[in-house]
Design a protein around this ligand. Structure first.
Ligand code: FCB
Length: 440
């Protein structure tokens, strides 16, 4: 038997959620509507007509949820701040009640010895800003920096994440249309892409100017891309895909330039380049203090550039189980984009959990998935990848965007009719890993 993988004693273990997916209370305490409220209201957009109105009712149950996090022995909780709670119409004076909620949340974490990690934008753009063009409008990036400043000044949090998965907003929200705002338009998508990155840079600058000692970075979902066969065409297709999945975001942030091949491809499809004004890339290149890495799936492409699946899949049809990809992407970032620590901000899978007659939720498949992925991450760390911490997606079952409540990513089961929480077997397993710092 191999000896157990031991993690460094200061390794940070945590769990993640996002506001719209867990909070509910979408009309309470002055919260304004977000693009996701609007999107969910259109029949056909979300499976079973689900929406975030109740979600996991975390807005009211956060204290119990904090106890749960403490019971699991976690050292970090990553949550997101709902912009429409702080600025109901996306600009202007802060809504005190919205800020108070996150103050109570942060206080509750600190009291329990848990580090808060806040994401400023996890997709719930105030609808009022969408009405003025959303991320296609450069002004939204400026508004984002203003909103970020309010949050930085009001909340005692060391670690901040700017934009969660800009690529998902670009791809799912603007190219494929299955996420808010629901467009299918490449030309508009990449204009939005540039402004999302600009927003990231502007907010990072504000933090550095106003709060020395705090840290900020983006949360990027990185997808290692591989050729599905050994033809030169597949190799080229994999490189092109890597541009769209990874370099389009990593290059401007780390190097201050867009990847030439990718920008050329984008420019054949629309006017993104016209929106890159003098100085923008320097803003986007504002040094970051840490990189949030989210890993779910590899992408294999064939000679035609089509995605092919070579491994087992999950209830989320896009998620191909390939722990090796986690190792590979961490090594790649370490090699090509060194200099800052990585923090894993999401990793997980949905399983079709049903409580047994004894109430227990036996999610063996999640345990296997997490064990294999933690082992791959550990191997990368042994080989030099600078990984500081890991957050499982997700603490709770929650509103999985266009899939509504049909996909359960939590390590804690939520019965949506009673809002009762039950730690799944994977949560108990994770608790033991966290406690021992070892993977057996
Ligand atoms: C990521 C999102 C997160 C969650 C997981 C499954 O893309 O950041 O909100 O939906 O996927």
């Amino acid at each position: 038997m191999n000896s157990p993988a031991r993690f460094p004693t200061d390794f940070v273990w945590g769990a993640s959620t996002a506001a719209y997916q867990v909070e509910g209370a979408t009309t309470e305490d002055g919260r304004g509507p977000s693009v996701w409220d609007t999107f969910c209201a259109v029949p056909g957009n979300v499976l079973d007509g689900d929406n975030g109105d109740q979600a996991a009712d975390h807005y009211h149950r956060y204290n119990d949820d904090l106890d749960l996090i403490a019971d699991l022995g976690l050292g970090s909780y990553r949550f997101s701040i709902a912009w429409p709670r702080i600025q109901p119409t996306g600009s202007g004076k802060a809504n005190q009640k919205g800020l108070d909620f996150y103050r109570r949340l942060v206080d509750g974490l600190v009291e329990r010895g848990i580090q808060p990690m806040a994401t400023l934008f996890h997709w719930d753009l105030p609808q009022a800003l969408q009405d003025r063009g959303g991320w296609e409008n450069r002004d939204t990036a400026e508004r984002f920096a203003e909103y970020a400043e309010i949050c930085f000044d009001a909340l005692e949090i060391r670690d901040w994440l700017t934009i969660n998965e800009p690529k998902t907003v670009v791809d799912c929200g603007y190219r494929e249309g299955q996420h808010a705002p629901g467009f299918k338009d490449d030309a508009r998508a990449f204009v939005a892409c540039h402004h999302l990155l600009l927003a990231h840079g502007l907010a990072s600058r504000v933090l550095h100017e106003r709060h020395a000692g705090r840290r900020i970075g983006p949360a990027l979902n990185l997808h290692p891309t591989y050729p599905a066969d050994d033809t030169p065409e597949a190799l080229e297709a994999a490189r092109h895909q890597d541009g769209l999945e990874n370099r389009l975001y990593l290059d401007p942030i780390f190097k201050g330039s867009y990847p030439e091949d990718t920008l050329r491809w984008i420019s054949e499809r629309g006017p993104m380049a016209d929106h890159i004004l003098d100085g923008d890339l320097a803003v986007i290149n504002e040094p970051i203090d840490m990189l949030g890495v989210q890993y779910y799936t590899p992408i294999f492409v064939d000679a035609k550039g089509e995605r092919v699946f070579l491994h087992e899949r999950t209830q989320a049809e896009w998620l191909e189980v390939y722990p090796e990809g986690f190792h590979d992407i961490l090594m790649r970032v370490q090699r090509d984009y060194p200099g800052v620590p990585m923090i894993i901000t999401e990793n997980g899978l949905p399983t079709e959990d049903v409580p047994g007659s004894d109430g227990r939720v036996r999610d063996e498949r999640r345990i296997t998935f997490l064990r294999d992925h933690l082992a791959a991450m550990h191997r990368a760390m042994e080989e030099g990848a600078r990984v500081e911490g890991y957050h499982v997606w997700s603490l709770l079952d929650n509103f999985e965007w266009a899939q509504g409540y049909s996909q359960r990513f939590g390590i804690v089961y939520v019965d949506y009719s009673t809002q009762k929480r039950t730690p799944k077997d994977s949560a108990l397993w994770y608790r033991d890993v966290v406690k021992s710092g070892e993977l057996r």
